[in-house]
Design a protein around this ligand. Structure first.
Ligand SMILES: *Cc1c(COP(=O)(O)O)cnc(C)c1O
Length: 360
């Protein structure tokens, strides 16, 4: 096997090496079943064990109470933009959306296809560089919930803690899911595509509280009704079995190897600090996109003095095995995604490269 690169891709993203090794070791014969997990029925007892452990690990890691259901869905966070509104937005009410970047904007546009979705705050005029304070939010009477994206993957803007509002929270947590503990009782719905921080592409986790469950209207297509997936324990139709299996291994790694979400958060903070300290200490050579108080611990975004230098930065980094550092075209510059599975060692290599590049 060739050497592994340091992969700073925003998603699908790097996975923990012990998880990949386990996948390799079990791939041809899953636990004495004589077949691969890729080949087995989703109704088999082997897959049942996998799905049960995935849920149990998530419940343990995030301290999810019995009032909240854990669902494994398909269609990505993009389907949840619409599905959340279909299920949770009653016709006579509206959804309040905070828009702190590209994903929040898409979530709002989709919710508007379903019902009345209004802007509580939009950071567009400030080029999506920060999250708002609670007193900046405009929430009109009759709001059913507040929707926000806890981490804007493209801009690198993250809420340091959830918005302080007295409304059920609906959160797109795709790119910082499992990166830190969250007060789960404050959330009505959390959804997250797995391919950023929790596993491979193909599975989307939803955590739905019972307070919001009561609102789901009758008459939705069965597959778009959260109650169908609750009733069938995420086995209404064929689930993405391999993705659920790898997600289970990632949650096991988080619990057993990392030691839980508080430990993971501490490591994530340390990693992010390495990058931001170099940005702040670079005398303006590197300029962070996000305001310091809204900086993401998952996706660091920054510019160089000009685009030619940015292209050189990406090219020379790639030569040194630091890949996928080009920023999203809507922001430009550099983006380093440093999710849970990116080791401290990889971020040190990036920081050392940044120092060397700046000096040269
Ligand atoms: C990647 C991403 C999405 C879109 O996820 P899909 O699985 O491609 O639908 C939505 N929101 C956030 C915050 C993301 O990072």
């Amino acid at each position: 096997m060739g050497a592994r690169v340091w992969n700073f891709s925003a998603g699908p993203a790097t996975l923990p090496v012990p998880v990949l090794e386990r996948v390799r070791d079990e791939l041809l014969d899953h636990r004495g079943s004589g077949m691969s997990v890729l080949e087995m029925s989703h109704r088999s007892r082997w897959f049942e064990d996998i799905a049960e452990e995935a849920e149990a690990n998530l419940r343990e890691l995030m301290a999810i109470p019995p009032s909240h259901q854990v669902l494994f869905l398909q269609g990505g966070a993009s389907l949840q933009f619409a599905m959340a509104a279909m299920n949770l937005l009653p016709a006579e009410q509206h959804a309040a959306h905070v828009v702190t970047g590209s994903w929040g904007k898409k979530a709002l546009a989709e919710a508007r296809r379903i019902g009345d979705a209004r802007v509580a705050w939009d950071g567009k005029d400030e080029r999506y560089t920060r999250v708002p304070q609670a007193e900046e939010l405009t929430i009109e009477p009759g709001a059913a919930y507040l929707h926000f994206a806890s981490n804007e993957t493209i801009q690198g803007v993250q809420w340091p803690r959830e918005p302080a509002v007295d409304l059920p929270l609906v959160c797109d947590m795709s790119s910082d899911f499992l990166s830190r503990p969250v007060p789960i009782e404050r959330y009505g719905l959390i959804y997250a595509g797995a391919q950023k921080n929790a596993g491979p592409a193909g599975v989307t986790v939803a955590v739905l509280g019972e307070n919001l469950r009561a609102r789901i209207p009758d008459g939705l297509p069965a597959i778009l009704d959260y109650r169908t997936h609750i009733e069938h324990r995420s086995l209404y139709n064929t689930p993405p079995t391999f993705s659920v299996y790898v997600l289970m291994l990632v949650t096991r790694w988080l619990r057993d190897d990392v030691g839980g979400l508080e430990k993971m958060e501490a490591v994530n903070r340390e990693k992010a600090a390495l990058v931001y300290e170099e940005i702040d200490g670079s005398d303006g050579f590197y300029r962070g996109h996000a305001a310091p108080s809204s900086r993401s611990s998952m996706n660091a975004t920054w510019r160089l003095p000009d685009e030619k230098l940015e292209r050189r930065f990406v090219a020379e980094a790639t030569e040194q095995g630091l890949i996928e550092l080009k920023g999203h075209r809507s922001v430009g510059g550099i983006r380093a995604s440093i999710y849970n599975a990116m080791p401290l060692e990889g971020v040190r290599a990036l920081r050392d490269f940044m120092v060397g590049f700046r000096r040269s």
